[in-house]
Design a protein around this ligand. Structure first.
Ligand code: C5J
Length: 220
C-alpha cells in the first residue's frame, strides 16, 4: 500500500495494521427530533457527509480492511450517565427523555441507531460508548490490540467533540491517526476547520488529515 497523501506530511500506511473508525453516525445526531436537533443545531450539515462516509466505508470493505463503528449511547437505567452530562446545557430533550424517535441516546432506541445508509454489516465491530471518547469505558483498546491494529482512519461526527476526543485518546495510546476531512462534520463550520487545523498543527501533534479520494486511492 502506498503512503496516503496527507497533511502535515504523507501518512505511512501499513495495510495489515490499518482500520477505519466511524464515529457516531447516528440518527440522533443527523435527523430532526434527535439529540443534535434538541440542542438547536442544524442537522442538515451532518446528513451532507453521508455519501463521503459511505464511500470510505465501502473502500475499506472492498480492501478487506476492518471497519469499526461507534455509537454514543447509555444504558436504559442511565447508570452510565453522570448527572454532569445529563444536566449540561439547555436542550429541549435531555439524554434519556422520550423523543419522537424513542428515548434520546439510549441503547436500542430507534433514534440511537446508526443511519441506515451507513449501517454495519455482518462481522463489523460496533462500540457503544457512554463518553465522547471511544476508549473511555469500552473494550475498543483491547479489540484493537488483539487485532494488531496501530493505525486508525477517522470519519464521523462531530469533528470537534467525539471525533477529536477519540483521536486524542488514540494518539496518547500510541496509535497513528488520520482524519478524513470530507467524511467528518460539525454543526459549526468554524469548529470543524479549527479541529482540523489543531490536529495537524506542530508537525501532526494529534495526527494527520487527508481527503477521502486520497485515502481510497492508497488503499484501493
Ligand atoms: C456530541 C458527538 N457532539 N458524537 N456527540 O455530543 O460528537
Amino acid at each position: 500500500m502506498a503512503d496516503i497523501k496527507a497533511q502535515p506530511f504523507a501518512f505511512p500506511a501499513r495495510p495489515d495494521q490499518l482500520a477505519l473508525i466511524v464515529i457516531d453516525m447516528q440518527r440522533d445526531f443527523a435527523e430532526p427530533g434527535g439529540f443534535g436537533a434538541s440542542l438547536g443545531n442544524d442537522v442538515s450539515r451532518i446528513t451532507r457527509i453521508i455519501p463521503d462516509v459511505k464511500r470510505l466505508i465501502e473502500g475499506f470493505r472492498e480492501a478487506g480492511l476492518p471497519v469499526i463503528h461507534t455509537m454514543e449511547c447509555h444504558k436504559p437505567d442511565l447508570s452510565d450517565l453522570p448527572p454532569a452530562k445529563r444536566n449540561r446545557g439547555a436542550p429541549t430533550l435531555r439524554i434519556g427523555d422520550d423523543g419522537p424517535m424513542g428515548r434520546i441516546l439510549i441503547a436500542g432506541e430507534a433514534g440511537t441507531a446508526i443511519l441506515a445508509e451507513l449501517a454495519p454489516v455482518e462481522g463489523e465491530i460496533v462500540i457503544e460508548k457512554p463518553g465522547k471518547g471511544a476508549f473511555y469505558a469500552t473494550e475498543l483498546g483491547d479489540i484493537l490490540k488483539a487485532r494488531g491494529i496501530s493505525q486508525l482512519v477517522f470519519a464521523g461526527v462531530t469533528t470537534e467533540v467525539c471525533v477529536q476526543t477519540t483521536m486524542r485518546e488514540a494518539n496518547d495510546r500510541g496509535y497513528e491517526c488520520l482524519l478524513a476531512e470530507e467524511a467528518t462534520e460539525s454543526y459549526f463550520p468554524e469548529f470543524k476547520d479549527a479541529a482540523i487545523a489543531m490536529i495537524r498543527a506542530q508537525g501532526g501533534i494529534v495526527g494527520w488529515t487527508s481527503h477521502v479520494d486520497d485515502i481510497l486511492e492508497a488503499i484501493g
